[in-house]
Design a protein around this ligand. Structure first.
Ligand code: NI
Length: 259
């Protein structure tokens, strides 16, 4: 795997607690892993902007997470636009979307903030990194209706193979993380085994959802290699092949060259 890069399309490496952040990033750099860090609230877009400028091979998204929709104000899109114009390492809008798992009391607000950010991404011509939890149908419906020209990625994809295929038909990419390594993750394994590789991306979503053999511990960007090797095993191919194809996919989406 010496010259093969892996693009970790979703990592909150700035949120690690048990692991030293500089060490986690240098572990990833040494393994040729490029890390993309999403933001979550209307305020931490500024933190992510500053954070990613400190490190090589670390890029970022600006966006407001559905559970944080209440932090979104009239100024938020202006702030995002300023950051995007001044920092070329911001390469997408995320993580945005819908989450009906924790709190269903402000579904309408979540939808409104999601739609505003989709339209904004379209104007900026940037891809979307999307969080969708127990909201698959609404997410797809909103994307079909409002998204004109941004490539959409469903991060930490948790739907069925059938739903994955429906998304791919709409040109949506599927990002898989540590869950695919869990013994009982039948749906995720089925998705990983069967979707066209041209629509697959890798991620960790660290510090959460560490893959086996670190399940239950704090996750970190480096562990994306376990995700790649599990998918390789499921598809009866090499980790290198999975790394190569997903890197080509990410380079196409984000319009950059890994190296
Ligand atoms: Ni996340």
């Amino acid at each position: 795997m010496e010259n093969t890069y892996i693009i970790n399309t979703h990592s909150h490496v700035n949120m690690l607690k048990d692991t030293d952040i500089d060490t986690a990033i240098s572990n990833a750099q040494k393994a040729n892993i490029i890390t993309i860090v999403p933001s979550s609230t209307a305020d931490d877009i500024f933190e992510v902007d500053k954070f990613i400028q400190k490190y090589d091979d670390v890029y970022g998204y600006v966006g407001v997470f559905p559970e944080e929709a209440k932090t979104f104000t009239d100024k938020t899109l202006n702030n995002m636009e300023n950051i995007i114009k001044n920092n070329k390492k911001i390469i997408g809008i995320g993580e945005i979307g819908l989450d009906y798992y924790w709190d269903k009391s402000f579904k309408e607000l979540q939808k409104e903030v999601f739609i505003k950010q989709i339209k904004f991404a379209n104007e900026m011509n940037l891809p979307l990194n999307i969080h969708s939890r127990e909201a698959h149908l609404d997410t797809l419906e909103i994307l079909k209706k409002y998204n004109k020209n941004s490539i959409a990625i469903l991060h930490c994809f948790s739907g069925s193979l059938e739903f994955a295929k429906e998304c791919i038909k709409e040109g949506i990419y599927i990002a898989l993380g540590g869950v695919v390594t869990f013994k009982n993750a039948i749906k995720a394994k089925e998705v990983a085994s069967n979707i066209p590789l041209e629509y697959l991306l890798l991620e960790t979503d660290d510090p959460y959802l560490a893959p086996v053999p670190y399940r239950g511990k704090e996750n970190q960007p480096l562990y994306v290699t376990y995700v790649a090797s599990e998918i390789a095993k499921l598809r009866n191919t090499t980790t290198e092949e999975i790394a190569k194809i997903t890197t080509i996919n990410a380079e196409r989406i984000f319009n950059f060259n890994a190296k």
